[in-house]
Design a protein around this ligand. Structure first.
Ligand SMILES: Cc1cc2nc3c(=O)[nH]c(=O)nc-3n(C[C@H](O)[C@H](O)[C@H](O)COP(=O)(O)OP(=O)(O)OC[C@H]3O[C@@H](n4cnc5c(N)ncnc54)[C@H](O)[C@@H]3O)c2cc1C
Length: 312
């Protein structure tokens, strides 16, 4: 690890040692990372990964930390903050789209992996491009959203994603069409291939900016009304089981407000586990186990976690 730190310093790649991970995730939980790397360019990002591999140090690619739970022990290795990347958005006008109806015009938008989805959605609105309204309130980055195939209100990344540029485990930079990424419910091929998403290209249709803005505002208002946005969480804790909704099952079992230490099933939305203040990773995991066991016993449904636990 000391050698790796020296190399990062020598190559001018910013990092912090023993960085508390609670400060870098929406759950506000997690101990220190040995090294928290802040690459500002794609080249630096690829270099950090190459150096980790050379030194046999494990690394973790972090977006906005809105779907993950770090352990109380933190992370023994390098957490790479993709939000440190200084990458913007590019627009390519009038691209061919296989699903286009006669007269429909699509533009392509290319966004860096570390860019927040909300910024991408705002840029789409400013350019009168429709298709991303569903994603406006999802508090992730472009990379995290592609990795998770994030979705809401009837839309998902799969619907608008055209292609992804990524760094393979072998160190090659490749471009893959969305159809080759095995995008399904909260899943992409990156879960298996370990690739590092560098940028993504979306195809968006030209639309009416007033209608786009109205839809974004409408969906945001629904979130504010229904979700516990005032408390730290990682969004929906469990995946939607086939034929049911996790939140409804948890509510049906009388678990609204159910607590373990500082973690609780949200009083406002049973699908969210929230940090009431001072919750540990152990609290959240114990609560999830208890909820899962009770729901299984009372309803027969076996809930699977949507949040990803990052092992120390
Ligand atoms: C209040 C709230 C509401 C939410 N609502 C929704 C919702 O409506 N729909 C929904 O789908 N999700 C929702 N989420 C969950 C979360 O916002 C999404 O899953 C989001 O896409 C995660 O993005 P992120 O950048 O935070 O990723 P992170 O949580 O940082 O990481 C998630 C996964 O992506 C990987 N990853 C991140 N960046 C890269 C990269 N560049 N290359 C390769 N792998 C990478 C990480 O290693 C990790 O495995 C919500 C969360 C909160 C807190």
């Amino acid at each position: 690890m000391e050698r790796l730190k020296q190399q990062l310093q020598a190559e001018g790649i910013a990092y912090r040692a023993d960085e508390p991970l609670a400060a870098h995730c929406t759950f506000k939980i997690g101990g220190p990372a040995d090294v928290f790397a802040l690459p500002e360019t794609e080249e630096q990002l690829c270099r950090v990964i190459a150096l980790c591999k050379e030194q046999g140090v494990k690394y973790y690619l972090l977006g906005n930390g809105s779907n993950i739970l770090f352990e109380d022990a933190g992370y023994r290795g390098v957490v790479i903050d993709t939000m440190a990347l200084k990458m913007g958005i590019g627009f390519l006008e009038q691209v061919a789209h296989p699903g286009a109806a006669p007269g429909e015009v699509y533009d392509a938008v290319v966004a860096g992996a570390g860019l927040k989805l909300s910024s991408l959605c705002t840029a789409a609105l400013e350019n009168s491009l429709t298709g991303l309204e569903f994603a406006y309130g999802i508090p992730g980055t472009v990379g995290g959203a592609v990795y998770m195939n994030a979705g809401a209100y009837g839309g998902e990344m799969k619907d608008v994603l055209q292609s992804v540029r990524y760094l393979t485990q072998d160190g090659d930079i490749v471009e893959a069409e969305a159809a080759a990424l095995d995008l399904s419910y909260r899943h992409s091929i990156f879960e298996e291939n370990g690739g590092c998403i560098l940028s993504a290209q979306f195809h968006l249709k030209r639309g009416d900016p007033d209608a786009i803005k109205a839809r974004m505002n409408e969906l945001m208002a629904k979130r504010v009304e229904k979700q516990p946005l005032d408390k730290p969480s990682a969004g929906s804790t469990f995946k939607r089981p086939a034929g049911a909704f996790a939140a409804a099952l948890i509510d049906q079992c009388g678990l609204r407000g159910f607590r373990h230490g500082g973690a609780a099933v949200s009083e406002k939305h049973c699908g969210f586990v929230v940090n009431l203040g001072g919750a540990t990773c152990a609290d959240v995991l114990a609560l999830c186990d208890e909820v899962r066991a009770i729901v299984k016993e009372k309803t027969g449904f076996d809930l699977e976690k949507e949040i990803r636990v990052v092992k120390a």
